[in-house]
Design a protein around this ligand. Structure first.
Ligand SMILES: O=C(O)c1ccccc1N[C@@H]1O[C@H](COP(=O)(O)O)[C@@H](O)[C@H]1O
Length: 210
């Protein structure tokens, strides 16, 4: 059965429904340039509402150790989701924190998928996400999707998840075409950047389990 992470939650009024409607993972973004960025204090407040069966994922972009320490300490994170890290850096973070570690691989072409092989032994999961333009402020969370057919026949070296441009209308097809066991969404369940929408969250989670 496919499970789902709702990412970029920043208020109790959207976190609670995400949990109630069946998210397996909830994501908190620790990246100041993002409209979904949460402070350590806010993350602590939100994390306290999350029951044990739902995993708390911290989303980071090339983070310093100090940022990771404060986020892990305040929000009792279960998973570190790392964007823009090299395999040696991912290995160092995983060794230091001893927490399940996901690495985002940005995809535009079939060759981009090969980067996943570099993370064997240093990450627990690969998150395939659409590559954003070089000029973009964010490496994710922009509602961009990549060609899912690129995954066809690809021998995944690690457990993986699908993200990038998913929404309530396309997620069922995405799961059918790629066989993803875990899907991740941020902007596709928002009414505007950074503003999560309970109705869209519920529709997304319904579509995942349908
Ligand atoms: O959501 C963000 O603001 C963000 C910032 C920095 C790195 C990653 C971010 N989000 C991740 O991006 C993907 C896809 O998002 P979308 O559904 O296309 O909007 C997702 O994995 C988020 O975790």
């Amino acid at each position: 059965m496919t499970t789902a992470k709702i990412c970029g939650l920043s208020t109790p009024v959207t976190l609670d429904p995400a949990i109630r409607h069946g998210a397996s993972h909830v994501g908190f973004v620790f990246f100041p340039a993002s409209p979904r960025h949460v402070t350590f204090a806010k993350a602590a407040e939100l994390a306290a509402r999350v029951p044990g069966h739902v995993a708390k994922v911290g989303v980071f972009v090339d983070p310093e150790d100090d940022m990771l320490e404060q986020a892990v300490g305040s929000a009792a994170l279960d998973v570190l989701q790392l964007h823009k890290v090299t395999p040696p850096r991912a290995a160092a973070i995983r060794a230091k924190f001893g927490i399940e570690t996901w690495v985002a691989v940005a995809v535009r072409t079939r060759d981009d998928l090969e980067a996943a092989h570099g993370f064997v032994g240093v990450a627990d999961r690969i998150l395939y996400d659409a590559k954003t333009p070089d000029s973009a402020a964010l490496p994710g969370g922009m509602g961009l999707r990549f060609d899912w057919d690129l995954l066809e026949g690809f021998r995944h070296p690690l457990p993986w998840a699908l993200s990038g441009g998913l929404d309530p209308a396309n997620v069922a097809e995405a799961i059918r075409r790629t066989g993803a066991e875990l899907v991740d969404v941020s902007s596709g369940v928002e009414s505007e950047p950074g503003k999560k929408d309970e109705t869209k969250i519920a529709a997304f989670l319904r579509a995942v389990t349908a």
